[in-house]
Design a protein around this ligand. Structure first.
Ligand code: NAD
Length: 426
């Protein structure tokens, strides 16, 4: 398999066939602008010292300060962080958000750390990155296994270092520290708006549409509930431990309720606080991907659908809520089978869109209502989804390539507008 960044670059190469871009811009976009690797010492609860590896990559800042999440996961490495930063660059351009792309991460299993150790690690990460980030330079946000609490610690640590309160340095913060209403549900809601915009074009109505979702976290679980409430039949969900399948459909609020209480996904129907098991089968994460459903939603990690299993996928529509769940080799196999893949840089862009709204609110010091945030999110997701759909129709290309073409033209314009400055000054 290709390295993640090489695989990500394949998408760029393909899109370049359909859009006229100056050679200089193409050359610049092949490489990250800056990659930082740091060692973070943490005093553990038992008195021992442990050193963790952290990363931050700023891929391209032609369109504005760079923006991207921070991931805490055992498989975090520089290649992964670089490719996630690459995707962020194209995501922000595709959505016309005035940010470049970045990403960060620390290699660890956060479930093995106490809350105090996690806080020391998060603050240590910001100490190590303090000269690399800033509200007008690079703005971190949550990603896999990081949340509002961790973002709050990070913002607080940066403010301590700078000796002033700087809420705009991190997004996805607790509301009480300058977070935006609607940020926690933004990725799922953005994906929901994209699904609602595109499925009718394929003649697919919510009632009778079956859905399987891999990953039941911030993005996957909230989206499952939105789809359930809109009348879709969510028949399978999974987390890192495995999944459940019920052909009659799952009662998603009940599944979420027990997941919150027990930390595991269970096929249950709850009335009040009493939850009873319903008829279901247990599926592995690999089996979930191969189910006969109308819509498949990978919402966990990258590289889930590869050349090894793409021929086994049966769902005609795949909405990528996770970043990079389908490899470029798998793309080709799925296209041959007539499967439509709606790309991550569009589907999961709701998160960065509301992060942008949060940053705007922090800068202006004026905070919006939840209705205002969600309405602006809906407008943006619907408008850019329609643009990408129209580009795909005009050029007779797949939706992923159309999203890259759409983003590339905006990126090339920004790089071109800077003239030769970058060659000489930076
Ligand atoms: P999360 O930590 O809240 O949830 C991750 C979920 O994936 C959990 O249910 C976990 O159990 C499950 N999981 C982990 N390893 C798995 C495996 N091997 N197989 C199946 N499931 C597994 O993370 P999240 O914020 O929901 O992010 C999920 C995906 O969405 C990631 O790819 C992330 O980059 C992407 N994303 C998230 C946001 C956001 O705002 N949260 C924004 C854009 C993209």
């Amino acid at each position: 398999m290709l390295s993640l960044l090489a695989d990500a670059n394949q998408r760029l190469e393909k899109a370049l066939r359909y859009v006229a871009i100056p050679e200089d811009a193409i050359e610049r976009l092949k490489f990250p602008k800056a990659s930082l690797t740091v060692s973070i010492p943490v005093r553990m609860d038992d008195g021992s010292l442990k050193v963790f590896q952290g990363y931050r990559v700023r891929y391209d800042d032609s369109r504005g300060p760079t923006k991207g999440g921070v991931r805490f996961h055992p498989s975090v490495n520089l290649d992964e962080v670089q490719s996630l930063a690459f995707w962020m660059t194209f995501k922000c351009a595709a959505l016309n958000i005035p940010f470049g792309g970045a990403k960060g991460g620390i290699t660890l299993n956060p479930k093995e750390l106490s809350r105090f150790e996690l806080e020391s690690l998060s603050r240590g990460y910001i100490n190590a990155l303090a000269d690399f980030i800033g509200p007008d330079i690079d703005i971190p946000a949550p990603d896999v296994y990081t949340n509002a609490m961790i973002m709050g610690w990070m913002m607080d640590q940066y403010s301590i270092i700078q000796r002033q309160i700087i809420p705009g340095v991190v997004t996805g913060k607790p509301i009480s520290m300058g977070g935006s209403l609607g940020r926690e549900t933004a990725t799922a809601l953005g994906a929901f708006f994209t699904i609602q915009t595109l499925l009718p074009k394929f003649g697919q109505a919510p009632q009778g549409t079956t859905v399987a979702i891999q990953g039941f976290g911030n993005a996957g679980a909230v989206l499952a509930e939105l789809l359930f409430k809109a009348g879709y039949k969510v028949v399978a969900v999974s987390d890192s431990q495995g999944g459940i399948y019920a052909s009659q459909g799952l009662d998603i609020p009940s599944v979420r309720h027990t997941k919150e209480a027990t930390r595991s996904v269970q096929a249950v129907y709850c009335q009040g606080s009493v939850c009873n098991a319903i008829e279901h089968s247990v599926v592995t994460n690999a089996e979930l991907l191969e189910l006969e459903v109308d819509v498949l939603i990978p919402a966990a990690l990258e590289n889930q659908i590869t050349a090894a299993n793409a021929h086994l996928i049966k769902a005609p529509y795949i909405f990528e809520v996770a970043n990079g769940p389908v490899t470029s080799e798998a793309d080709a196999i799925l296209a041959e089978k007539g499967i439509q893949v709606i790309p991550d840089i569009l589907v999961n862009a709701g998160g960065v869109t509301v992060s942008y709204f949060e940053w705007v609110q922090n800068k202006s010091g004026f905070y919006w209502s939840l209705e205002e945030v969600n309405q602006r999110l809906q407008d943006k997701m619907t408008e850019e989804t329609e643009w990408i759909w129209a580009t795909a129709q005009d050029l007779a290309i797949d939706l992923r390539t159309a999203a890259y073409v759409h983003a590339l033209s905006r990126l090339a314009e920004a790089i071109g507008a800077q003239g030769t400055r970058k060659d000489y000054i930076k």
